[in-house]
Design a protein around this ligand. Structure first.
Ligand SMILES: Nc1ncnc2c1ncn2[C@@H]1O[C@H](COP(=O)(O)OP(=O)(O)OP(=O)(O)O)[C@@H](O)[C@H]1O
Length: 352
């Protein structure tokens, strides 16, 4: 079947084609409304709102302990929220999972010994009401060549693609991936994302968490940054970079003092490494003019902030325990205000 046809079948316009016993289509694949989860005194997720329309690929970013895995577990119905509402395709997550509409690849999970890749995928597919044909699953996951190999004898990257195939076997419309490429080498990561894009091109919805910001930038239509269990930013990568990250202005101090740089127009943070100063600016034109007036333009460079810069501006380093008390919801204006916060000096090490 052609991709376009399959995508059309999965559209809200064609509810009858969704498979035996599936609940009627809803426009949203994912709906989380004011969802919170506490573990004793730790508030891991704190009033999270997230709507994902069908067909979108969304990356969930956040520092260690930000609440990503907890959010994904609640979304999949594996963990009950302390409060709030979780719906997948307009129904309870357990129902969507039972109907095969959701596939997941979580952080844990060991391969079953002594079965081949094809046998495993066939077995998993047989447990769903309307599975994807095994050959199609193997092709999407890039496992044609490995179909006859034992799953417990594969490399880490190959095993990860098998886990992806297992998540695909029920022909889900939504796939949830928790740090899917951790510990994979560059080639294995590339192969994995190619497989994921083949799946997404069929009109499916993808939600993945990652610490590799470049992967999010390259593979997601939309990025949701979580900080202390809340949404700190939500939008296309370019928009987040532009509105949150601002620009980076770097120049050689040439022996001049760095005092006062933080007070220049537009400057929101200052880093000095040896003789090189790096300023983050929300108005690079004004910053450069002011530097020119100081005569500080040796080896001047102006560049848009990377997603990593924006991410660092948005998230708080976990130097202390995660929040144990409710904090005010972060609005768009609050997000903008946070741009003014200096980058914590240790922040670069805190993200991979
Ligand atoms: N089962 C648990 N019991 C107690 N606290 C937990 C439990 N699971 C998670 N937490 C705490 O909840 C917070 C959020 O954890 P979570 O695993 O959701 O974060 P994460 O963003 O997925 O982190 P990472 O990037 O390190 O995987 C952390 O402070 C963590 O220590």
């Amino acid at each position: 079947m052609k991709h376009a046809e399959r995508a059309a079948q999965k559209s809200p316009m064609a509810p009858s084609a969704l498979g035996v016993g599936r609940t009627p289509s809803a426009p949203l694949a994912v709906h989380l409304s004011n969802v919170s989860r506490t573990y004793g005194p730790v508030r891991a997720v704190d009033g999270l709102d997230l709507d994902i329309p069908r067909g979108q690929t969304v990356a969930l970013l956040g520092r260690n302990g930000a609440g990503k895995s907890t959010s994904l577990s609640m979304l999949l119905g594996l963990l009950p929220p302390s409060s709030g509402e979780v719906r997948l395709f307009g129904a309870a997550p357990q129902r969507a999972v039972r109907e095969g509409r959701v596939g997941a690849m979580l952080q844990d999970g060991k391969p079953i010994p002594r079965v081949t890749v094809r046998e495993l995928v066939r077995f998993v597919a047989s447990s769903y009401p309307a599975p994807l044909p095994v050959a199609e699953t193997l092709a999407i996951a890039g496992l044609d060549e490995l179909a006859h190999r034992r799953v417990d004898k594969l490399s880490g990257g190959q095993a990860q693609r098998v886990r992806f195939a297992v998540a695909l076997a029920g022909d889900p419309e939504l796939i949830v991936l928790d740090e899917p490429t951790t510990a994979l080498d560059v080639a294995a990561r590339r192969a994995f994302w190619e497989a994921m894009r083949r799946y997404a091109r069929r009109g499916n919805t993808v939600l993945f968490s990652t610490h590799y910001l470049q992967e999010a930038d390259e593979n997601a239509d939309r990025i949701v940054v979580i900080d202390r269990g809340r949404v700190a930013a939500d939008g296309p990568a370019d928009e987040i970079k532009r509105t949150v990250g601002g620009s980076l202005v770097a120049f050689d101090l040439a022996g001049a003092p760095s005092a006062g740089l933080a007070l220049l127009p537009g400057v929101t943070s200052v880093e000095v490494h040896g003789d090189r100063a790096r300023l983050r600016s929300s108005n690079s034109d004004a910053t450069v003019m002011a530097l020119a007036q100081r005569g500080a333009i040796r080896s001047l460079e102006v560049a848009p902030a990377s997603l990593e810069e924006a991410f660092l501006a948005l998230t708080t380093a976990l130097t202390t325990a995660p929040t144990t008390a409710p904090a005010p919801a972060r609005t768009q204006a609050a997000t903008q205000r946070r741009t003014a916060a200096p980058i914590p000096p240790h922040a670069k090490e805190a993200t991979r």
